[in-house]
Design a protein around this ligand. Sequence first.
Ligand SMILES: *[C@@H]1O[C@H](CO)[C@@H](O)[C@H](O)[C@H]1NC(C)=O
Length: 203
Amino acid sequence: MMKLALLSLVSSAAAFAPVSNVKTTTALSAEMSKSMPFLVQPPATVGLIGSSEFDPLNFSGNFDIKWLQESEIKHGRVAMLAAAGFIASQFVNFPMYADMHVDDSNMAPSVVGVSAMLQIVCAAGVEEWRTNKGKVTMVDMFTGENANRTPGDFGFDPMGMCKGKSEAEVNSMKLKEIKNGRLAMLAIGGMIHHNFVTGEALF
Ligand SMILES: *[C@@H]1O[C@H](CO)[C@@H](O)[C@H](O)[C@H]1NC(C)=O
């Protein structure tokens, strides 16, 4: 009996011994996200321009980070144009569409009609195809000859804003672009919903 008790003591001591030597990595000791300190840092977002490591749905763990970055940058650019256009079209019209003026910019797509809208969609599609050399899906966009392309960089700088600038200066402009883009995405969403909810023009 005594022997058995001793044996079990020794074996339980042996079972516990290695535990104190194992370095356990728990969520608490892992790096935490800068913007969401109660969530684990999403590794793919670390160090990107404009990243505050905000990814509560773990998109960056499941999709190509370059594709995600480019989506954000492009949505931001489109939203900046959209926000300006949404306001402007209440006051200014292209001469060929002068007789189609509406105060409520939400109504503009239905007023100009299907063919005008399709032209925009087709032009965007052609441009998307051209700049990505035909690789337009999430899976292959940044593969092969596109592997080294920086997300959002299409070599488009007609006013030479990046010419002769240091990397830090260019990065600072990239940060401004992405922050303005994020703000514009919220802005155009707010304006569209304002018109929907009130049923009236912006101003
Ligand atoms: C995010 O997704 C990746 C890939 O599925 C996974 O390995 C990782 O553990 C996930 N991160 C979190 C915090 O759930």
